[in-house]
Write a protein that binds this ligand. Sequence first.
Ligand code: ADP
Ligand code: MG
Ligand code: MG
Length: 210
Amino acid sequence: DGGFDAALGAAWLTAAADAVAREAERLSMLDAAIGDGDHGTNLKRGFAAVAAKLAEGVPATPGAVLVLTGRQLISTVGGASGPLYGSLLRATGKALGETESADVAALAAAFTAGVEAVAKLGGASVGDKTMIDALSPAVEALRAAAEDGVPTAQALDLAARAAEEGAQETVPLRARKGRASYLGERSEGHEDPGAASTALLLRVLADAAA
Ligand code: ADP
Ligand code: MG
Ligand code: MG
């Protein structure tokens, strides 16, 4: 169990660029139902820029990999999700500090700081039908895995599963934040695109760690 190190971070984010490109149409379709239909193209542009940056060189620590990624997303993704995912990764990276490799407990603590940054920036809570509905159960699963002494790959699988369930649970909800909230009750019956992309990104991380 090598933990979460710079190599795993880079492998994750490079694979994420491929996954987001592959799933861009699905993510944009979800956004077309309750938003403006650009979530897939927004993330595709952002993660392509991240992968290009990592191809030039991978920083020495996982924290620096995430901070670089967050910065790229903020500068290249138009739309709400850029600053939100950017803050998530930047705050998670900063919380990892100078560590060469984070164990599950350190990763859970850092990810908690990242999710708190998203909640602070966007003002959303669980149940508002946003990416928080996938991020929050994922971070809880990671913390529980740390307490149970679960190894990294299995802990990340549990986090991805929790995010997938959280994303599914957004379907009946009425959006209270972001563009989808303008639709009021017409936002009910659709999966939130940001929760869906969070589940995708965490599944790619679990696969990279497996
Ligand atoms: P935009 O809505 O600006 O077009 P995107 O389509 O890329 O941006 O992203 C939309 C997603 O961003 C939503 O599905 C939701 O998950 C997330 N989101 C929007 N506003 C907020 C917020 N205030 N807090 C948390 N997440 C949000
Ligand atoms: Mg959109
Ligand atoms: Mg938009």
